[in-house]
Design a protein around this ligand. Sequence first.
Ligand code: NCC
Length: 276
Amino acid sequence: GQLCTPQELLCAIKNKVNMSTLVRADLPQNASSWSQYLPIKTLQEEIKSLGKCAVVSSAGSIKYSSLGQEIDAHDAVLRFNAAPTRGHQDDVGTKTTFRLLNSQLVSRPELKFFEDPLYKEGTLLMWDPSQYQADLDQWHRNPDYMFFERYSTYRRKNPDQMFYVLNPQAAWQLWDIIQQNSPEDIHPGPPSSGFLGILLMMNLCNQVDVYEFLPSRRQTDFCHYYEIYQDRACTLGAYHPLMYEKNLVKKLNLGDDNSIYHFGKVTVPGLRGLQC
Ligand code: NCC
């Protein structure tokens, strides 16, 4: 592939990845009884603009970081999947403005999405990978997980909590950019929730601090800060092209390498003010 400058990379992300959320009008009314539970406005229309935001990866390396207060000082904080704050406040903070979930978590009852109070805080977002280059209709007939029923039920039971679904085409639009900027062929797996979350916040915020997506000196084989499960693939990727995602984020870093080494901290610009 042809490698580009950070500015070119930012513009490709801004112009080619549609990070909007689905609204009712996006899906044909007769095709779907679940789509009536989608919000009427996109998250972007609802939020307008945020200042400084934090994205907190779920990596084991954030344990013992004492980053909690720094994270909480942001205008908005994004977390992922089952990552808790309770019992880990010193390291990950207490504030949860957004939580990005994969469709597996929503769909598989044993993962306790309905029962765990963790999910009742903040605005929820979910994503489900489509087939490569599938349009909305094709995705809708053949999603990765059949989340529709569970999404509808959750929305009926929790009508006051915002719960968005990302445009399913965003994942592969982003994958194309990862591939174009990688020196070798990467396998066709969708980007991780982590990378999608970083992009989402770049769309909403003026500046985004990302914690322990690029591992600090605390890098460890422990997959998550909240579990004892060990798997090196959590940090470098197997299904998701994580190593390549991390190289791109490193390229966008406005901060210095010391901040990565000590705090696992990378700072990336928001996309709104960007002149392309
Ligand atoms: O593990 P997961 O991700 O929930 O982590 C969220 C994001 O944090 C970043 N991360 C995590 C661990 C680590 N050691 N280094 C990291 O950089 C990644 O960017 C990651 O995306 C997912 O992306 O949705 C994923 O979800 C889990 C799992 O489905 C959920 O935790 C729900 O239980 C996947 N694991 C399995 O399916 C077993 C994982 O592959 C990807």
